[in-house]
Design a protein around this ligand. Structure first.
Ligand SMILES: NC(=O)c1ccc[n+]([C@@H]2O[C@H](COP(=O)([O-])OP(=O)(O)OC[C@H]3O[C@@H](n4cnc5c(N)ncnc54)[C@H](OP(=O)(O)O)[C@@H]3O)[C@@H](O)[C@H]2O)c1
Length: 412
């Protein structure tokens, strides 16, 4: 995807060439189980990082039994010297998420390992819904996304996120993972089985159009680049009322070129519960209903390279700031829509995974997990749609028709 863009000159009133690309391919995620790795590698020296020494006990015993020399660290600054003492390629096992460490601490470890040759396994719980009925915490779901970003930013570092929820023997599973020649980006242990995620092709259901003729649709971030693509995609289906909302309304007040649809521009900050509820009430009162919401509000950051951020505190600040519209906006929207009966709520997730985009990647992972959870746990018709910019405008409505909570749209 091109990130250079026409940012300075782009206007929703102009045609956007990315909407004209024909066709999209939609993907979901499936989990497949696999036996132990063939041709295991010899155990390497291992640095185990744990907040609580007791958490490390079983893992240290398992690694030692497999023949790996192990050093346990309880603070980040002990990791570098421990690796240097081993003096060769080594593995790092981060157990801190099992004792409440969050994504910011993973970003800190990634930065501390920058420039080193190592393999890093982050051990987590409650991050993946592998079996289809598992509890999933959207905040924790940011962890594997950040691990993948850390891997992309550090070519010498291979990373993996291992979810040990309900594992019968988590240490054995960890040893199995580390005995593979290649470290999978994500894996999950359930009882005695190791599972791996695989993309799988999705097809839109053929049960009629998602957009109702004369329906009322709210697009948050509706005059942004993606929001306007979405508005045009909705309008191309049927004449509707499109309520386009964002914090700042433009100087021009002319409508978008959206065929027979009516456009209503509104001001809202998606992170404000009061403003969002007031907007929903006003739309409901004026139009007598609301049929769908698309959350396409977000901030496109300049490249926020984690190794350029000096302290943990600043990583946390950056994360909060960069993801406010996506993360806080999503939870605010969920609460504001409570009790309102919609055909769909779509979250358009921040950009693709790429070096320098760890914060966006984390926000996208949050939204995908949130929509999956809203659909599977609360029965709400939520879908997060991510993927290539060129495919999002054309892919959004087909993605909603798949009936799946988390979809990636790519150009064929
Ligand atoms: N998957 C991909 O390939 C991809 C590509 C591009 C973008 N995206 C994501 O999609 C989202 C929008 O991107 P874009 O390219 O359309 O960006 P954009 O052109 O900068 O538009 C962002 C829109 O969001 C609004 N907004 C930002 N913060 C808001 C808030 N707190 N409350 C209400 N509205 C808010 C902005 O208006 P105001 O500033 O006036 O509020 C604007 O309308 C971002 O999250 C971005 O990361 C994904």
């Amino acid at each position: 995807m091109s990130t250079t863009s026409t940012e300075d000159t782009w206007s929703p009133l102009r045609a956007d060439p990315s909407t004209t690309q024909p066709g999209v391919v939609l993907h979901g995620r499936a989990w497949t189980s696999a036996p132990a790795f063939p041709d295991p590698v010899a155990p390497r020296p291992c640095v185990v990082l744990a907040r609580v020494v007791g958490t490390a006990g079983g893992y240290v015993r398992g690694l030692s039994a497999a023949g790996a020399p192990v050093t346990v660290c309880t603070t980040l600054d002990q990791v570098g010297p421990a690796l240097s003492r081993f003096g060769s390629e080594a593995d790092v096992v981060d157990l801190r998420p099992l004792d409440g460490a969050d994504v910011v601490e993973s970003l800190g470890l990634g930065a501390a390992l920058s420039g080193r040759t190592a393999r890093l396994v982050t051990v987590v719980r409650g991050v993946f819904d592998v079996l289809g009925d598992e509890h999933l915490d959207p905040r924790l779901a940011m962890l594997p996304a950040v691990c993948r970003s850390v891997r992309q930013e550090n070519p010498l570092l291979a990373t993996s996120c291992l979810d040990v929820t309900d594992a019968s023997a988590p240490a054995d599973g960890l040893v199995r993972l580390l005995s593979g020649r290649e470290l999978p980006a994500s894996a999950a242990l359930r009882r005695n089985t190791t599972w791996y995620p695989q993309p799988h092709r999705l097809h839109a259901a053929s049960s009629g159009p998602v957009i109702r003729p004369h329906g009322v649709y709210l697009v948050l971030g509706g005059l942004g680049r993606l929001g306007a693509q979405v508005a045009r995609a909705i309008a191309a289906q049927a004449p509707t009322t499109l309520v386009l909302a964002q914090r700042n309304l433009p100087r021009y007040s002319a409508g978008l070129p959206v065929g027979g649809s009516a456009v209503d521009l509104r001001q809202v900050d998606v992170t404000s519960p009061a403003q969002l509820s007031a907007l929903l009430d006003a739309v409901q009162a004026q139009y007598g209903g609301l049929h769908g919401v698309v959350h396409a509000a977000g901030t496109r950051l300049s490249r926020a390279r984690i190794d350029e951020l000096p302290t943990h505190r600043s990583i946390r600040d950056q994360l909060t700031e960069a993801t406010a519209a996506s993360v806080l906006g999503t939870t605010t929207l969920y609460a504001a829509l409570e009790g309102r009966d919609l055909d769909f709520c779509a979250l358009v997730t921040p950009g693709p995974e790429a070096p320098g985009h760890a914060l966006h990647t984390a926000a996208a992972a949050f939204q995908h997990a949130f929509a999956h959870k809203a659909r599977s746990r609360a029965g709400r018709p939520w879908t997060a749609v991510g993927g290539e910019l060129s495919a999002l405008g054309a892919g959004l409505l087909p993605a909603l028709a798949t009936g799946v909570g988390s979809v990636l749209a790519t150009a064929p």
